[in-house]
Design a protein around this ligand. Structure first.
Ligand code: PLP
Length: 467
């Protein structure tokens, strides 16, 4: 940390977690050490865990989680943005229990009332004149993106696909090939016919330019990328309206309009990956793409769609969807009665309980308070995002923007010790990711900010050698 930064004051007395009337059941399962040992011995080492001492979580209720000792945490990361309306939401639990006791599975070769109804509800939630009315249900976001790219290639007859650097589209081979971030990508994952364009990451503009005088060069560069590095005709462009894993990278407002126009001029379809931004999370719109005034041809989603259920979807127009009927194509669990029941219950709660409106109100308050925090916490380089999809990028020096990676890891650890779970990520691994279940209250948001305030102060003072 360079010396010309202010020294934050010694932490004040800390705010307590807001009260809840939920009483967790006593945990009588195996001890944490045994759970950890089993995991280390029998599960793939490819599964990462957060925290120096990985956390054992045994119960959840709405925005809160409990570990095996009964310690409560505010969930500021929602199972990586999956829990949209609250952990074990009582209405969802009741409806899923009812369904699982009636019929768990048959596959889509038979009829079941819930799948068609869920398809209808999906279509209803798309912009009125978008033509996006046909769903393909999957078990994950990766699978939804595979289907979207496959459909676009079949529909256009082109093979080249444009995705964004710093984006994340999943862990299957095809989805990983769309992902350009080095640490996520296995060397053998094929990226043939995929070209990576520049995202609208203004805080670290690769051209060294500043918005708006940059004339949104990152978006306009898609044109020469297609002209010189593809066959000249593309199948699709895929992008997250706000990059999630990439560190809540929020582009300039006209970024997607420019990119979509260029891609369409070259015969391509546009895919919006709404796995993190959908279902009201950005507060100002139900879908992230609506914030940018664009209309995608295919929309992919997962995570928040089912409040934690293994459920995803690719929603498109009847014309594009028809391509998938050219071959025998089958998905054993996609759209099964239990997952779809969970999706329907989630959607009912989002609509009925004003979840998007809460994401807007609490998210606006939270972002405002984080921006105030940035004024007195020198580690904060930028606060960005919308609604309850927020990122705080930490730097060692605001001028050089040197990433504060160790501090980011320390902040996560110290926040956990104080009852707050948040995520981290970003191009350089130095962005705090704050994406709680969308049922959180202003009191929770205040607890989150004040805990971060204390923790950032401790980390800064530690870095400065001040006790
Ligand atoms: C934007 C985005 N797309 C796709 C995926 C992949 O989803 P899944 O892990 O359900 O396959 C993720 C997962 O984090 C994601 O964040």
């Amino acid at each position: 940390m360079s010396d010309n930064h202010p020294r934050p004051a010694v932490p004040r007395v800390r705010r307590e977690l807001p009260v809840t009337d939920h009483v967790p059941r006593p945990y009588d399962g195996p001890p944490r050490a045994k759970v950890l040992a089993l995991r280390k011995q029998y599960l793939t080492p490819g599964l990462l865990t957060y925290y120096r001492e990985p956390l054992l979580l045994v119960e959840g209720h709405m925005q809160y989680l409990w570990d095996e000792t009964g310690t409560r945490y505010l969930d500021g990361f929602a199972g990586i943005v999956s829990v949209s309306v609250g952990h074990c939401h009582p209405e969802i639990v009741r409806r899923v229990q009812q369904q699982i006791g009636m019929l768990q599975h048959t596959t889509t070769i038979y009829l079941h009332p819930n799948i068609g109804e869920f398809g209808r509800r999906m279509a209803e939630h798309m912009p009125a004149d978008s033509g996006l009315s046909v769903s393909y249900f999957t078990n994950s976001g990766s699978e939804a993106n595979e289907i979207a790219v496959l459909s676009a290639r079949e529909f256009t007859g082109n093979v080249d696909v444009i995705s964004l650097r710093n984006g994340y589209h999943g862990g299957t081979q095809g989805a990983m090939a769309l992902t350009a971030v080095g640490t996520w990508k296995f060397k053998t994952s094929p990226a043939a016919n995929i070209k990576h364009a520049t995202p609208g990451y203004c805080y670290r503009c690769p051209y060294g330019l500043t918005y708006p005088s940059c004339d949104v060069r990152c978006a306009k560069d898609v044109e020469p990328l297609i002209r010189y590095e593809t066959s000249g005709a593309v199948a699709a462009f895929i992008g997250e309206p706000i990059q999630g894993v990439g560190g809540v990278v929020t582009p300039p407002p006209e970024y997607f309009r420019i990119v979509y126009e260029i891609v369409r001029q070259h015969g391509g379809l546009c895919i919006a990956d709404e796995v993190q931004t959908g279902f009201g999370r950005t507060g100002t719109a139900f879908w992230g793409f609506e914030n940018w005034g664009v209309k995608p041809d295919l929309v992919t989603m997962a995570k928040g769609i089912g409040n934690g259920a293994p459920l995803g979807a690719c929603v498109t127009t009847p014309e594009i969807a028809a391509m998938m009927a050219r071959r025998v194509h089958f998905n054993t669990f996609g759209g099964n009665p239990v997952s779809v029941t969970q999706g329907l219950a989630t959607l009912d709660i989002i609509d009925r309980d004003g979840i998007q409106q809460n994401a807007y109100a609490v998210g606006t308050h939270l972002k405002q308070r984080l921006m105030e925090l940035a004024e007195r916490q020198p580690l904060i380089g930028e606060v960005r995002g919308m609604g309850l999809m927020l990122g705080v990028e930490l730097v060692r020096d605001r001028v050089t923007k040197e990433p504060a990676n160790t501090a980011t890891a320390d902040v996560l650890e110290l926040a956990k010790e104080r009852g707050l779970l948040i995520g981290k990520g970003g191009l350089l691994g130095n962005t705090l990711r704050i994406k709680p279940p969308m049922c959180i209250t202003k009191d929770d948001a205040d607890f989150l900010v004040e805990t971060l305030d204390e923790v950032l102060t401790l980390v800064t003072r530690r870095n400065q050698g001040t006790p």
